[in-house]
Design a binder for this molecule. Structure first.
Ligand code: C2O
Ligand code: CU
Ligand code: CU
Length: 504
């Protein structure tokens, strides 16, 4: 395997200038709120399927992230074909985006146009789609190439995202700025009284490092991956929300390469989780802090109604030890909420959020005999899953499963150097069944284990050093090759990824 990027990449500056210039968080939020308000007027998904045609251009540009020289970035620009339903929000002044709002049942036709001088393919993370539509690296297109995705959105309402999935070229293009969101709604979600419009805000958390000329510096290593020295939210430094004394719904996405966050509110308010990767939980969950690893998403309920105008509250990440390298060892202020105005609020935290039925482990076809995928280290290469490096189209005998089967999968992190790995499965969402700390440092573990984001429908699970984690997954109805991998994107690019094959 070739090694991409021990040194910073000179981003292609070709011709593209981000619209808008120095617009900060305020413009981001305004644009988003109006995009969501337009979405409200759509016909319900149940009437007939709606067609969304999205042109997605993988390109480069510059954005004004910091004062002084603009930063060269990679990005996607999106345009909806006339007559398309759905709503697209392009984010002025951010490398991130676009954000597509759609509904379950919509037919999404995406035309990817690769305008960069390297191979490229996009993966819609979290969607249950046929393998040919999943953005597998075997489908990557050359510079100037195009790829057309056409699939029905069958997933329930939730916060999904899309990003590159090119062979050995995922981490760096995501780092350089390429990632967007797909926010799906459905009738069940619409019926729940939750904050909407300007009170429903995605927070994409990504750490970065800048050089003296404001350019991104990328310095990955095989153990911890890449850790930046500052945290951006939605592409902005010091992301500040000018808030009312209302309830907010924050869709928090860890879009970082490798950094794991231990999130808390600065005023000691507990974290109230109402959703995870696959949408709303059955009921809200209150945590003292929240561990969020790359690829994981949560929806938070943040109630500011009792805060006096003038209050400042910070979403912070706290120090924790044992995740590997220096991951977790630096505290950061992630986002700032400034309570600027009084507004009446009538929403109450719903005791029931959605119909959620946990799988019964005894119904699994392999109950008592889980499918085990160990995390180990292959000397001279790096971390691997199931004992082997990624192979483009091969599967091992224990990576062949049957369509629609409910299975218990066990991921063990007991035979490799002590590094935490967020493990992501393409295809269907799963439930976390159990965690056992077999050999991890007990005091490190005690400082993180109350905050694992294990609730509801998951597509990525954090596996702590020394742990054995069991998940329950019902395989997709689609047959063929699907990926599972570490969502530490540096590990993924180094081969910590495998195929599994769903047979009829
Ligand atoms: Cu978000 Cu296969 O990844
Ligand atoms: Cu994925
Ligand atoms: Cu990993």
């Amino acid at each position: 395997m070739t090694d991409h990027g021990q040194s910073p990449r000179g981003f292609d500056r070709r011709g593209f200038l981000a619209a808008g210039g120095a617009l900060g968080s305020a413009a981001f939020l305004q644009g988003l709120a109006s995009a969501q308000q337009r979405t409200v007027h759509r016909a319900p998904a149940s009437t007939a399927w709606q067609r969304i045609e999205l042109d997605l251009v993988a390109t480069s540009g510059t954005v004004q992230i910091r004062a002084g020289t603009p930063t060269n970035v990679y990005r996607y620009t999106g345009t909806l074909q006339p007559g398309s339903l759905g709503t697209l929000a392009n984010i002025p002044g951010s490398h991130l985006g676009p954000i597509l709002f759609a509904r379950t049942g919509d037919k999404l036709v995406t035309r990817l146009d690769n305008q960069l001088p390297e191979d490229h393919i996009v993966h819609f993370h979290g969607l249950d789609v046929p393998p040919a539509m999943d953005g597998h690296p075997m489908d990557q297109v050359p510079p100037g190439g195009t790829f057309e995705y056409h699939f029905r959105i069958v997933n329930r309402a939730g916060t999904y995202w899309f990003h590159p999935h090119t062979d050995m070229l995922t981490a760096e293009p995501v780092y350089a700025g390429r990632a967007g969101l797909l926010i799906v709604s459905d009738d069940e979600e619409q019926a729940v009284p939750l904050p909407r419009g300007a009170y429903d805000i995605p927070l994409v958390i990504q750490d970065r490092k800048f050089d003296a000329n404001n350019q991104f510096v990328y310095t990955p290593n095989a153990i911890e991956g890449f850790l930046g020295d500052r945290v951006l939210v939605n592409g902005f430094e010091n992301f500040t929300i000018s808030a009312a004394t209302r309830v907010y719904r924050f869709r928090v996405i860890n879009g970082s390469q490798s950094r794991i966050y231990k999130l808390v509110w600065s005023d000691g308010t507990p974290i109230v989780v109402i959703g995870s990767e696959g949408g709303l939980l059955g009921a809200p969950v209150t945590l003292p802090y929240l561990m969020l690893s790359p690829g994981e998403r949560v929806e938070l309920w943040a109630d500011f109604r009792s805060k006096p105008v003038g209050t400042q509250i910070t979403l912070r990440t706290q120090v924790f030890l044992g995740a590997g390298g220096t991951n977790g060892q630096t505290p950061f202020d992630v986002a700032f909420v400034s309570i600027d105005r009084a507004e009446p609020e009538t929403l109450v935290l719903p005791p029931v959020l959605s119909a959620y039925t946990p799988f019964n482990p005894t119904s699994a076809v392999n109950y008592g005999n889980p499918r085990v995928f160990p995390i180990t280290m292959l000397m001279g290469t790096g971390f691997v899953l199931n004992g082997a490096l990624f192979q483009m189209s091969a599967v091992a005998p224990n990576e062949i499963v049957k369509r629609g089967d409910l299975e218990i999968i066990e991921i063990t992190n007991t035979g490799a150097p002590s590094v935490a790995h967020p493990i992501h499965f393409h295809g269907r969402h799963f439930q976390v069944l159990s965690r056992t700390n077999v050999s991890g440092n007990p005091s490190y573990y005690a400082a993180v284990s109350a905050g694992f984001a294990d609730h509801g429908w998951k597509d990525t699970v954090l596996v702590w050093p020394g742990e054995r984690v069991q998940i329950l997954m019902r395989y997709s109805q689609y047959t063929g090759l699907f990926l599972y991998h570490c969502h530490n994107l540096v590990h993924e690019d180094m081969g910590m990824m495998r195929n599994y094959r769903i047979d009829p």
